[in-house]
Design a protein around this ligand. Structure first.
Ligand code: FE
Length: 207
């Protein structure tokens, strides 16, 4: 069974009322419903949140194509470039499920044709999480290149903390099972929206 990073509530920690009313989580939001199934219509914010799998996000190889000093930006899209859009969102939290504001999140990836820009900064960018520990990246789906399944590279660092270097993966990719680096714990949740793909992944940092 693949271990994924579904959002769920830390029920016992913060919202005892939820026990009385019952709760279910839909796409990161929590819908409260009264006993007997009558929906109250009350929506809670998606935080505080924990994860079904709140283990520390595992590290992965950096690979040969990291470039320092990427631009600070939340969109890597460039109008003249080919690619299928994806918006990736999520949280950076510690092992106690507490969000980490101002965490560095630095992405780099291959282009639609499986090539890295090792001269400029196409498909490279860093950002800092907001007060709720959230990040949002607008980019394209990376292309495939020989020997690897589809993936994003990322470095994540809490303020003054150690750097986590890892990779994120796409579900239902035929090459996942044949890629020796691939780990199910690093699968994003990916769905389709009217504007393209939407992915989620929550990073859990140690220390
Ligand atoms: Fe790569």
């Amino acid at each position: 069974m693949h271990r994924r990073n579904f959002l769920r509530l830390c029920l016992a920690a913060s919202t005892p009322l939820v026990f009385a009313l019952g709760a279910r989580s839909i796409r990161g939001e929590t819908i409260l419903s009264a006993p007997g199934g009558t929906a109250s219509g009350t929506r809670l914010a998606p935080t505080p949140a924990c994860f079904d799998d709140d283990d520390v996000t595992p590290p992965q190889a950096e690979g040969p194509y990291f470039t320092r000093n990427s631009p600070e930006r939340t969109s890597l899209l460039e109008p003249a470039r080919a690619g299928s859009k994806i918006v990736l969102t999520g949280l950076v939290v510690d092992t106690a499920c507490q969000p980490i504001p101002r965490a560095l999140v630095d992405f780099w990836q291959a282009d639609d044709g499986g090539e890295y820009d090792n001269v400029g900064y196409w498909l490279r960018g860093h950002q800092f999480t907001d007060d709720a520990g959230g990040y949002s990246l607008e980019t394209i789906v990376p292309g495939l290149y020989p020997g690897r399944t589809r993936h994003l590279h990322v470095k994540v660092q809490a303020p003054n903390g150690p750097v986590l270097t890892t990779q994120l993966y796409f579900p239902d990719e035929p090459r996942n099972a044949r890629d020796g680096i691939f780990r199910p714990a690093l699968l994003m949740e990916v769905g389709e929206t009217a504007e393209g793909k939407a992915g989620t992944f929550n990073f859990v940092l140690d220390g």
